[in-house]
Design a protein around this ligand. Structure first.
Ligand SMILES: NC(=O)c1ccc[n+]([C@@H]2O[C@H](COP(=O)([O-])OP(=O)(O)OC[C@H]3O[C@@H](n4cnc5c(N)ncnc54)[C@H](OP(=O)(O)O)[C@@H]3O)[C@@H](O)[C@H]2O)c1
Length: 283
């Protein structure tokens, strides 16, 4: 097999990457667009060495996944303002001057997923978010920017939730901001509950919250996804709540990356089919 020219090469760096759906989605997208670009997953256990290799390889762009999104945001030559705000980068590209620019597409991917799953736009929405890591930051800043009316935060480590609340205020969020005392609804109830903790990644994880703690919640979205329903999904599927897991966000954050690299609409149908093949069911 011949090696493609560097300008046609995109890479994913993370650790581990073997089970990532990104190569399948992006390769399907390139094929649908008639592009001969290639997308390779590189398992990078030493970030500094991996980043240096990226520069030497002169790849056209790529993605960053767990655990390197924060390190990548700090290592970019030209991080977007959103990437600086969220201290996270999952997408990068080489500029004509040879600099590495990048941003995070998790926030926009989340908003698109919310629209597709539930027909919900952020404006006026009352949202409770569990977790205060990189995923939660991206989701919360996107909701704040989109005009959410209320953001209720809970995190296992309270100090992290408090810091995130301060960051949201500094970024200009002027709506109702509540630090929840536990993973349960405030008196003024939210419309949407989001799980942005990593609970559900491991097979025997408990759900991060009970349905009883969020009585009558209309919508619940998990950032976690897998080939089996997540514990969060199982917990909230029992009542009237409409639920979705993280696969739609995964699809849409990938589509956002592709649009940034190629400056054209992503072939969503082909990417969706590729993701369904990886996960073994419909997306
Ligand atoms: N679908 C998508 O496209 C997409 C995109 C981004 C992220 N995600 C998923 O979202 C999840 C979070 O990702 P991340 O990047 O935000 O990770 P992260 O930065 O490592 O944050 C992990 C979060 O989970 C919390 N947590 C971990 N173990 C917990 C436990 N036993 N009980 C309660 N809370 C716990 C942490 O709380 P502490 O602060 O107390 O440690 C923290 O808030 C991951 O499962 C990731 O795969 C999905």
């Amino acid at each position: 097999m011949s090696t493609p020219p560097a300008e046609d090469l995109f890479v994913l760096i993370g650790h581990p990457v073997a089970r990532s759906a990104s190569p399948a989605m992006h390769q399907a997208a390139f094929a649908a667009l008639g592009s001969r670009a290639r997308y390779l997953a590189l398992d990078v256990s030493d970030f500094a060495a991996g980043w240096e290799a990226l520069r030497r390889l002169e790849v056209r762009g790529g993605n960053v996944t767990i655990p390197w999104k924060e390190r990548a945001a700090a290592a970019l030559d030209d991080p977007s303002p959103d990437s600086v705000l969220c201290r996270s980068a999952n997408t990068f590209w080489r500029t004509p001057e040879g600099r590495l620019a990048g941003t995070q597409t998790d926030g926009e991917g989340f908003l698109r997923a919310l629209w597709e799953a539930f027909g919900l736009a952020p404006e006026g929405l009352r949202v409770a978010v569990l977790g205060a890591g990189g995923g939660a930051r991206a989701v919360l800043h996107a909701l704040a920017r989109g005009g959410a009316a209320a953001l209720h935060l809970w995190n296992r480590s309270t100090a992290r939730a408090e810091m995130l609340a301060r960051e949201l205020v500094r970024a200009g969020f002027g709506g109702e901001l509540v630090l929840l005392e536990g993973p349960r609804a405030a008196v003024a109830r939210p419309d949407l509950l989001v799980n942005a903790t990593s609970l559900g990644l491991r097979p025997h994880d408990p759900a991060p919250a009970t349905a009883a703690a969020f009585p009558g919640i209309p919508f619940a979205m998990d950032l976690v996804y897998g080939s089996e329903p997540t514990p969060f999904l199982r917990e909230f599927t029992r009542g009237e709540t409409r639920v979705a897991d993280g696969r739609l966000m995964l699809l849409h954050q990938a589509a956002c990356s592709l649009e940034l690299w190629l400056d054209k609409p992503a072939p969503l149908a082909e990417m969706r089919k590729a993701l369904a093949r990886v996960l073994g069911e419909a997306v």
